[in-house]
Design a protein around this ligand. Structure first.
Ligand code: PGA
Length: 260
């Protein structure tokens, strides 16, 4: 059984005080949560404070990006080691907003993944097609390119430490969610790719999160899909009520749950 992950991607929201207040309010609401890993990804400026506020809880901290070097002349960048120093255990890599806003390439994603793994972080590697690519029936081609590019050169042992997030760009921040079946089809395609590159056993342990307008109202249907191992949540992760409702999604209907 793959352990689900619910991760909140705060993007460029929340000053330090707001971020700490959020974690203080979230702690008791997820304290009983044994069914999944809970992760929040604040902006860089709030990472250390959020980590201090989350200490001793079951809330883990993620960054939203990193550089591929350990240190160097890279103005404005932050290294994986610096993220570990700030208390992070995860880092989101290759989010579509970074690919679009900053022209991040699959090769850069790959270098970041390797650097994050070397620093001991769990990379959450994002892939997903644009609306035009889906309408051109090119979703599989895009997933192939991004998956193979992002994971190139990893050993099976390294790959087994990463998480993949399938985030169709047309569903991000639009209120338009992929149907559970549509998401599931892409997840199955990604697992097949993982199997071809790293073997069936490693692929069956890969956690693949869905991202794109996840809300308390649709998380149950998504998590009921055997192929969906959690969610990367943007907008709905900014409010404690909606994020805790997503973390505590209705269970009993997930794949593999005992029916006896
Ligand atoms: P959204 O963002 O939930 O606001 O659609 C998801 C993401 O970009 O990770």
């Amino acid at each position: 059984m793959r352990r689900p992950v619910i991760a909140g991607n705060w993007k460029m929201y929340k000053a330090i005080g707001e971020a700490v207040e959020f974690v203080e309010q979230l702690r008791p609401l997820v304290a009983q949560c044994l069914h999944c890993d809970v992760v929040v990804a604040p902006p860089f400026t709030a990472l250390a404070a959020v980590n201090a506020a989350a200490r001793g809880s079951n809330i883990a901290v993620s960054a939203q990006n990193c550089h591929w070097d350990q240190e160097g002349a890279h103005t404005g960048d932050v290294s994986p080691q610096m993220l570990v120093d700030a208390g992070c255990s995860y880092v989101i890599i290759g989010h579509s907003e970074r690919r679009h806003d900053h022209g991040e390439t699959d090769d850069q994603v790959n270098r970041k993944v390797k650097a994050a793994l070397a620093a001991g972080l769990v990379p959450i590697v994002c892939v997903g097609e644009t609306l035009a690519e889906r309408e051109d029936r090119n979703t599989r081609g895009v997933l192939h390119r991004q998956f193979r590019g992002g994971s190139a050169g990893l050993t099976a042992a390294e790959f087994s430490r990463i998480i993949v997030a399938y985030e169709p760009c047309w569903a991000i921040g639009t209120g338009r969610t992929a149907s559970p079946e549509m998401a599931s089809e892409s997840h199955a395609c990604l697992r097949q790719l993982a199997s071809e590159c790293f073997g069936r056993v490693v692929a069956s342990g890969l956690r693949i999160l869905y991202g794109g307008s996840v809300k308390p109202e649709n998380i149950g249907g998504l998590m009921a899909q055997e192929e969906i191992d959690g969610a990367l949540v943007g907008g709905a992760s900014l409010k404690v009520d909606s994020f805790s409702a997503i973390v505590n999604y209705p269970r009993g209907m997930e794949a593999g749950a005992s029916t006896s």
